[in-house]
Design a binder for this molecule. Sequence first.
Ligand code: ARG
Length: 472
Amino acid sequence: MAETEQDKQDHLWGDGADAGMHPALAVISDSLRQDMPLADADLRGSAAYARALGRCGVLTEDDAELLGSTLDTMRDELHEGTWKPKGAEDIHTAIEAEVTRRLPELGGRLHTGRSRNDQVGTAFRLTVMDKIDLIVTALIGVQERILAQAEVNIDLLMPAYTHMQRAQPIRLSHWILSYFWPLDRDIERFLQLRERCAVLPLGSGAVAGHPFNIDREWLASELGFQAISENSIDAVGDRDFAVEFVFLCSMVAIHLSRLCEELVIWSSAEFGYVKWRSDLATGSSLMPNKKNPDLPELVRGRSAQTLGEVVSMLSLLKGLPHSYQRDLQEDKQPVWRSAYIAHSNLVAIAAALEGIRFNGDRMEAALTDDTFATEMADILVDRGMPFRSAYRVVSKIATAAREKECSIKEIAKEADAELLDPLTLEDIEGLSALQSVERRTATGGTAKKAVQEQLEEAWDIVELYKERLEIE
Ligand code: ARG
């Protein structure tokens, strides 16, 4: 489509008499749609910048306030849906064009000393900070549901698995709490990243710095930044925060995908440990007998894309000269996509944890007495035998049971005393999952006392986060 005279005037560069942009370039240059998540932050940044221009004498205080409050109004209208950025190649241009339409003379002064390079860095950081808050809140939501399940199921016992083989008896609570801590490390990493993100680029200009001695400290505190950048060249080209953000989103996705893998396996009839509420499962279009765990399958599957986003972000930066390069326009989508996947997966898992039930009978049935083998050795250690010798005694019994395809208790009844020695038939008949579980009292273990301590510690952490982040 041919450019009109007005289109030419609307270009940000040149004298308005140039030939305009080739359509092929326009297609790849246009970023308005992918910039939309920046709109709120860009309006906040622009309003603060207008007021800062008043503080350093570029604008009169009254003009600065008029410009600032017009941008505030545009922000309200954006949220009400009464104004929608359009007709420009990116969000920064759309906002400047609109404020200039509303205040023709003053709008033309807003960009004094500012470049889209420090502008986009500022809006991008603010938006990532908002997304961090959203994801951290969702992480805490999942943590709370993990704790609720751990609390109500504290007395259910099940086998723990290593190599996906039955290993030792544990409490179900202990298993589910094992997913609390990775998410806790995710929260810690996100909050640390938030601090690194809160470094203000605005006031760096295009690359060389600000010519009118703008008060950057004031801008930082006005916008909720904790520090200001020390080098204008670094400030306009630094996207470390975006790389870290997509990595942290993928870390969350990976943690959830491991939980999902277990939930999918446990939903099979072979295990039967997990039951899904009907609104959280789906049927098959062909097989009337099916109830499928689509939710954890989808969460597991959607985690794949987040890995690609990490590679995209790093590849974008590799070998890029310092300061702003236009390549950096491609830095937004990996961030938006990662944030969306991490957040929606967390919300889905929170719903799942609210709606699943655990089948204690099936878990108990899986606690076959081979899972007491370590306990048998520990009994001998109690009686003074070196562990390695105790291991050999039990190993002989366990191997005999395996070869005859019967349980340890059965083999003990049939075997001569020599095979068991120095264990007795009474020792073996007295074995139970609970005994094995309750022996493991050291911090981090599966005994009731240790799990209760773990739960308390976890609740304290959640309460602390909620207080600090002012979450209801
Ligand atoms: N849309 C651009 C981006 O996201 C804004 C910065 C453009 N700067 C420039 N010098 N062309 O990166």
